[in-house]
Structures are given as structure tokens and as C-alpha cells.
Design a protein around this ligand. Structure first.
Ligand code: ZN
Length: 131
């Protein structure tokens, strides 16, 4: 269906979204992290990278004890972003990070947005950590 006529499929999806805005909005909110993981998997495919464990979020949550590794905020309260420690698309001239479990962390949204595509060491120094 999708493969045989992707344009038709997308047009129907757009139409559905237009006539059911609340449903679509709720679905997107409920599946936000899954969508992010899928998006990263797509980028990684382009970079010939690996795939993340399906339970990567649970694993990181346990290791980090539910706290943001940068500011120590309680992620239960702030929500979280799945972040590449070394960015997949870093600033020009810097080596790209890999899309793999070892390069992932959960940060609070504020820290992740501040960090963006910065080198992790440079970012921590800007935040007043490390030398
Ligand atoms: Zn934080």
C-alpha cells in the first residue's frame, strides 16, 4: 500500500490529519519519543550507523537514576529528550557521533536545547563543569 503509491498514502494521511486534528495531536504527543527514535534511525541509516536498543530509554533512565546528567533535574518533572552525547550532525569540522546506545543519554529539554549540536566537552565547560 505505502510502497506502491507513497504520494497517495501521504495525501490521505494529510487529509485525515486535517479532519481529526485533536486525535492526531494526541497521538503525536503520546508517541513523541518513538517518533524521535525512528527519526534518528533514519538519520543513522544515512550515516550507516547502528540501531538503538528498543528499551534504550528504560536502560538510560535506570543508569541515570531518572536525572538529567547535566543539571541533575528530576526528569519525571521536566520530561526528557533522548540526546546524542556526540552529535550526529556536529558543527563543521568536528567528527560526527554514532547512533548507538553508548552515545545516548537522557537530558532535560532545557539542557538538550542549549546543547544542540555542540561538542559535549565544550558544552559542559560552557555550563561551568570540567576545566
Ligand atoms: Zn538538565
Amino acid at each position: 500500500m505505502y510502497a506502491s503509491d507513497p504520494e497517495k498514502y501521504r495525501a490521505r494521511a494529510r487529509e485525515y490529519a486535517k479532519s481529526n486534528p485533536e486525535k492526531v495531536k494526541r497521538y503525536r504527543e503520546e508517541h513523541r519519543e518513538e517518533r524521535r527514535i525512528r527519526k534518528y534511525d533514519r538519520i543513522a541509516l544515512e550515516n550507516k550507523g547502528g540501531k538503538l536498543s528498543k528499551d534504550i530509554i528504560q536502560k538510560l533512565w535506570k543508569v541515570q537514576k531518572g536525572r538529567c546528567p547535566v543539571c541533575k533535574a528530576d526528569l519525571k518533572e521536566t520530561g526528557y529528550h533522548l540526546d546524542h552525547i556526540v552529535p550526529l550532525k556536529p558543527r563543521t569540522g568536528e567528527p560526527a557521533g554514532k547512533h548507538e546506545d553508548a552515545n545516548m543519554q537522557l537530558t532535560c529539554p532545557t539542557c538538550n536545547l542549549k546543547k544542540f549540536n555542540k561538542n559535549p566537552i565544550q558544552f559542559m565547560q560552557e555550563m561551568g563543569y570540567l576545566l
